[in-house]
Every structure is written in C-alpha cells, then in structure tokens.
Design a protein around this ligand. Structure first.
Ligand SMILES: [Zn+2]
Length: 345
C-alpha cells in the first residue's frame, strides 16, 4: 500500500489562514490529519490559488493591442478578440490554452473558471488543453457549449437575444449560470441579477443597492481589477469597489479575465490588489483561494479534504526575513519561490 505523504512546515490552516507549525499527513491525495509540532522546518505551506475568471482561448491574441473600448475589443460577435479567435487555428488555440494553464500551475494556481467561446467545440478544445494537467478546469460555455460544460457564461445581458430561453434551458439541465455585469456601467447588473445567477463577474460600477442584493442573495462577485484598469473600465480604487463589497457582506473572488490583456497570474493580481486597496493581506489571499468553491471542494487546508497546496522555502530568497508570511505571499510571491506544488484537484 502507498505510504502516506507527510509535509511539515508553517501552514496556513483552514479558511482563516491561521499560521500553524504542523505535520500534514496526506493519503491518496486526501489530508487525513493535521498535527501540531514544535519542530517543523522553515517551510511555508499555502493553499493552492484559484483563478475565478479567465478566457484562456484568447491566449493566441496576447498583447495584440489594448486600444479601443470594450465593445471594440471584447464584445461578441465582432470585437477584436472574437475576430482573432475566428481566424486562429484550432491547434494554436488549444496550445495557447494549454500553455496558459501550465503557467498558472507554475504560479501556485490549481484551477480556474473559464468562460469559453466557440460553442461545444470550444469546450471540447479546452478539455483537451487541460487534460493530464493537475488542474481543476471549470468551464462555462456559450453558444451551445453550456450544455457540454459546467455552466453558461453570458458575455452580458446586452449581447444575447433570446436569453430567457437559453438561461432557462441551462438551468433545466442543472448547469450553473454566470454573467459579466457592471463592467462598463451599472445598467446591465439588475437584468443579470434577475436571472438569479450563481455568480457575476466584475460589478466594477455596481451601485450599493445592487451590491447589497448580491450580499443578501448570496451571489458571489468575481472581481478582475487589473483587467478593469488595463481596459480603462476604471482608474481608481472606487471601481471595482472591493472595500464596499466586503463591507456590505458580499462574497468576493479574484480573477484575471482575458489572457489577451492580462497574464493569468494570481500572485501579480494579489500584489496589484494590495497596492490599490491595502486590504488585510489575509482577506486578499482568501479571495485568491475561495473561488475554488464555485465547483468542488475549496482549496483551504483542512482535514478530510483533497490536498491542494504549495510549498515555499523562504531560505532560498530574501523571504527568510519576512515578519508576516501572508503579507509577503500577497505582495512579493512569484513562480520562483514555489518549491513544490501538491495538487489533487
Ligand atoms: Zn470575462
């Protein structure tokens, strides 16, 4: 029988990410025990990150341009990204998505929720790209792809005729439903919330009343601040209003949106959020992990759950001088500091 794996170090335990000196015992990918110890090595153990919003398909259009408004750049069917996707080969799109997933894994990220364009074949292409990688790839399809995937990802209520029927059919088939909403202004948020979505993306310009609804109705919000800044949807910490969201009781996850414009690197996203918002680093790190609850077990380190975590050896960098490991992970981490990924998502 396979011997249990024992990982010793200073681990960020459970949802509150309490730093404890422990031995974590893992058998067949499951954490079967977390035992206190007073002689753990100087290793930090962090839950794996989860990128709650990507469009991996547009990796093929990386850094083409950011000139233009949201309609010109990303709105279907004629926005720049959709024209580039339409002319790219399937092989290149799959390779692009596969390499972006590899980059995420190298940056401590063990899963994402991807809004996949291209109907059913787009969904199948992403499945191919994610195959044999230690990665939980949750796919929200569209244009028929929702039936073959985990959910329906709506670009905006503004863009889709016949949305009532499409949403009703997805729900009838037991699919989750999520919307981009509030990226340019607040005008498409009420209509998105009327569909009782499982979560919404952006809420960059959502009103307090809309945010309060999200809180009261337990509709999580995925914010993508670097994307909003890159695409001129904001230029201040007022949008997306992460502090207001948290103060109103919203559940907030972090995502990075289109790979075309923003690298799907959750370390950089956390550092950006820290610089702009100065939130408690523990809250920022929680937002970068808890999107994993969109489908499946959250990645927090707990007895009885699958082990999804990564190890940092601070002795090999200036991190050994850190007085606050969580703050240092949020502000300074990069792929070089990861010793080992233990991903069983
Ligand atoms: Zn998006």
């Amino acid at each position: 029988m396979e011997r249990p794996m024992v990982i010793s170090g200073h681990a960020l335990i459970e949802e509150d990410l309490t730093l404890r000196s422990v031995d974590i015992i893992i058998e067949r990918g499951i954490i079967i025990a977390i035992e206190e110890t007073d002689k753990s090595p100087d290793i930090w153990i962090c839950p794996a990150l989860f990128n709650a919003h990507t469009h991996l398909g547009d990796t093929i259009a990386m850094d083409y341009t950011t000139k233009g408004d949201l309609v010109e750049l990303v709105t279907p069917p004629n926005g720049l990204k959709h024209r580039l996707l339409a002319t790219a080969s399937r092989k290149d799109i799959v390779t692009g998505m596969k390499t972006s997933i590899g980059n995420m894994v190298n940056h401590g990220t063990a899963g994402c929720v991807d809004f996949r364009e291209g109907g059913s074949d787009g969904v199948i292409a992403l499945r191919e790209a994610a195959a044999n990688q230690p990665f939980r790839c949750v796919i929200f399809g569209r244009d028929g792809g929702e039936i073959d995937s985990d959910g329906l990802g709506v670009s905006s209520v503004r863009d889709i005729p016949d949305l009532d029927r499409i949403v009703a059919k997805a729900k009838r088939n037991g699919k989750q439903v999520a919307f981009h909403a509030g990226e340019m202004d607040s005008k498409d948020v009420d209509a998105a919330l009327a569909y009782d979505p499982n979560f919404i993306i952006h809420a960059t310009h959502a009103t307090n009343k809309q945010l309060k609804q999200c809180a009261d109705r337990s509709i999580p919000i995925v914010v993508c601040p670097r994307s909003n800044w890159t695409l001129d949807a904001t230029s201040s910490k007022a949008h997306p209003p992460i502090e207001r969201m948290l103060n109103l009781g919203c559940t907030v996850y972090l995502g990075t949106d289109n790979v075309m414009f923003v690298e799907p690197d959750m370390f950089t996203e956390m550092a950006f959020v820290h610089t702009i918002y100065r939130l408690d680093p523990i809250i920022t790190l929680q937002m970068a992990i808890s999107g994993s609850s969109i489908k499946g077990e959250p990645f927090f380190i707990k007895t009885g759950t699958r082990a999804n975590l990564f190890l940092i050896n601070p002795r090999f960098s200036n991190l050994r001088f850190s007085q606050h490991p969580v703050a240092s992970i949020v502000k300074r981490a990069n792929s070089n500091i990861i010793g080992t990924n233990v991903f069983n998502s």
